[in-house]
Design a protein. Sequence first.
Length: 284
Amino acid sequence: MIKTLASSALALAMISTPALAQSVAPDWSGPYIGIFGGYNQSNDDGDEILRFDRNLDGNYGDQVTTVPVAPATVGTNAFSPGFCGGMATSTVPTTGCRDDNDGVEAGVRAGYDMQFGNFVVGALAEYSVNNVQDSVTGFSTTPAFYTFTRELQSTAAARLKLGYAVGPALIYGTGGYAYGKFENRFRTSNLANSFTETSEGDDGDGWQAGGGVEYALGRGLTVSGEYLYTSLDVDSPVIRVGNTGTTPATNPFILAPNTTGTDMVRGNGRFGTHMFRIGMNYRF
């Protein structure tokens, strides 16, 4: 008896499941608008360094050195203590750096999809506000620290989408162009030199790629979960390290023959962030 009931239930499930899936499966074709929010994590760049232009020729491959001490004819590397990815916790490099701050985002999107059988293709545009940070610090033998921080403040993107519909769910991959707006900050414990920003890079462009799942709730409403990786090329601000008027002539940044100063930038021109999102769309 039990075996008969189980067989009957299995047969009923096999008959009714396709019909049920067909009855609730939405038509993904058409325009939609939506909102989303999520968590942003900056890419690990612990091997980033600072780069220097001692002769102000635009090439950032020079070394900042101290005054030679006899019998040596060449000074030592003024940044021999090294670099770290993050904000300095003190002037002493052995105390390390504080990890970059992750952040959150919130945004809006609009798009259009077309369905061909189970396959769905589409395009969308998005705008979001962000607050994820990325810092790098150099330590000099003074001792002193020099920290560059950039914060992603907003992102705009235009992407294509390819998906596969399964019942009320749409599983998709997406990729395309991305643009970001940044705020740059510089801080140092060095009080012997002047620090002047001569060039600022406050925006960047690049690409986004990822995927997600969208699920139909009915009445045109859907919910989604999504992962995206965003990679943006960003110009570093240029900091001119100069003479305050009382800076000693032996200061490594203004040593002869170039006493004007030294230009300093961060070494990595690429900003990467992992974005984990949830959202809701309304499909017309």
